[in-house]
Structures are given as C-alpha cells and as structure tokens.
Design a protein. Structure first.
Length: 309
C-alpha cells in the first residue's frame, strides 16, 4: 500500500494570511521588529564585550540572551517576511527539519538560561558577600554551557523523532515556519510517540526552568521582607529584577499557552499567533527592556557610541 504514495520532498508554508493589503502591513511591521531585534541585541552583545565594567555574571548571561535572540528571530522571521512578499513559501524537507531543530534548540536554551539568570539574581540579593565566590567565572561558563547543551539535546530529540515520520500527499503547513505540531498533523504514520514526547519532554523543559525561576523569586521576596528594613533598600533589588521578570513573562506566558497539553486541532490559529510573539516580538523587546531599565547598559552604550563618533 505504501508504494503508490508519493513521498513528500518539500513543504509549503502557508504563512499568516492571504489578504494582500494585510500582508504588506505585516511585512513592514515584522521587518521593523526584526531590525530592532538585530540592532538592539547586537548593541547589547558588543557593549557587554567591549565594556570591562560589564564583565560580571549578570551581563555575561545577558550577552548570551541577546546572542540567542539574534539567532532565534533569524530562524523564522526572514522566511516569514519573504512569505508576506511572495505568498506561499516552499521549504525542502531538510530545510524544514533544520528550522524545527534550531527553533527548539534556541527556544529551550533561552528558557534554561532565564533560570540561570534568576539564580544569579538570587545569589546577588540574598548572598551578596559570597556572590563573587559562588558566581565564579567557572560557574557562569558551566551554567551557560548547561543551558546551550540542554537546548541542543532537547531539539535533537525532536529532530530525530520527526525525521522518522513518513509524509505522503499533504504538504501544506498552516504556519509561517516548520513547527512540530503542524508537522505531526501532516504525517501519515503514527505520531503517538512524538506527541507523548512533545507533551512530556517539552512541557518539562518549560516547567523545570519556570519552577526554578519562581523559587528564586520567592526566596528573594521573603529575604527582602525579612531582612531589609528600609523602603528604598527594598526597592533597589526589585528594580534590578524587574527587567528579568518582564523578559520571563514575555517568553513563558505564550509558551505555556502553546505547548502545554491538551493540544486540540481548533487551537491552530492561536498557536500561530502565539509563536509570532516569541519568535518576532520578544527578541525585539528584550534589548529594549534591558537597555531602558538598566542604567549601566545605557551609560556603556553612550560611551561606546561617543567613541565611534
């Protein structure tokens, strides 16, 4: 029975909309967001590298985050932009798997990295005297390395699992990039193991870091209320955490809605809209949140620009 079925060699990404007028508006909006993401995150990476004052754990992680965001938006946005201009986008089978891999690699790395950043804030606020000892260069490299490798292993698992599926006939993906769920809907072999892994592993990659972040903040809050007496003394640690909390909310809220089971077919449109938030909007907002809220980043940026000019 399998012989007469054609094997799919490429997929067609249907993108966000077929309305021409809307496509041009979306093209310019997302092009703008993408440029903000590249410029903003690029500026943060170069400032963190160039400014010795920013060679601290917090900025080391921020540099990693910005680097991730540049790559993350590049995985999906350029293909989406060409879709707005030229309509449905063909993508080869291998290209599709590569996109899926990098999307999940960078996305889950970011989730774990945000947990490492929360731990860093916890040590800085609750254990300031031992901060330099605990957050040594070695620890920072270890935490960053663990983030990147967890993301890589997680994505490789999905890559291997998805490449085992057979696709025949239907090749229209109702999405602007190759995500796992839309692909599973097209497969003509059993996807139950894939769906189980998606629900169990991906949910734990999201819930694990999220739980660590919440714990860090519970510790920070109880520490501030029990140990810090003056109102301004209480306000300062909160303000250093505010940017991190905002970034966490921007990444985790849409992800929770998108990947936590049960996944029903009707939620396809919502999935696409939520993916837009963390693949295009969040990477553009992260540098703004950090640069606008953070005095040190702002003054280092000004210093760098003055040297350039």
């Amino acid at each position: 029975a399998m012989l007469n079925q054609t094997k799919v060699s490429e997929f067609i990404l249907l993108g966000l909309t077929d309305a021409r007028g809307l496509q041009h508006f979306l093209f310019f909006s997302f092009l703008l967001l993408y440029l903000i993401s590249l410029l903003g995150n690029g500026a943060i990476v170069s400032v963190v590298m160039a400014e010795p004052r920013l060679h601290t754990p917090m900025y080391f992680f921020l540099g990693n985050l910005s680097c991730l965001d540049i790559c993350y938006s590049t995985v999906t946005v350029p293909k989406m932009l060409t879709g707005f201009l030229f309509g449905h986008q063909p993508i080869s089978f291998d290209g599709c798997l590569a996109q899926l891999h990098f999307f999940h690699f960078l996305g889950s790395t970011e989730a774990v990295l945000l947990a490492a950043m929360a731990y860093d804030r916890y040590v800085a606020i609750c254990n300031p005297l031992r901060y330099a000892v605990i957050m040594s260069q070695q620890t920072c490299l270890l935490l960053a390395g663990a983030s990147w490798s967890t993301g890589f292993v997680h994505a490789t698992m999905h890559l291997v699992m998805t490449s085992q599926l057979s696709f025949c006939g239907h090749n229209h993906i109702h999405h602007f990039f190759c995500d796992i769920k839309p692909l599973l809907n097209l497969a003509c072999s059993s996807t139950s193991l894939n769906r189980t892994l998606l629900n169990v592993v991906t949910t734990s990659i999201v819930l694990g870091p999220f739980t660590l972040i919440v714990l860090s903040y519970l510790y920070i809050i109880s520490f501030i209320f029990h140990k810090v007496r003056s109102p301004e003394g209480r306000w300062k640690p909160f303000s250093t955490c505010a940017s991190h909390v905002t970034v966490v909310a921007l990444l985790f809220i849409p992800v929770f809605f998108n990947y936590t089971p049960p996944s029903s077919g009707s939620s396809l449109k919502r999935d696409v809209q939520l993916s837009l938030v963390y693949s295009a909007v969040t990477p553009a907002l992260n540098p703004l949140i950090y640069a606008l809220r953070n005095q040190e980043v702002r003054s280092a940026l000004k210093k760098m620009l003055r040297r350039k000019l």
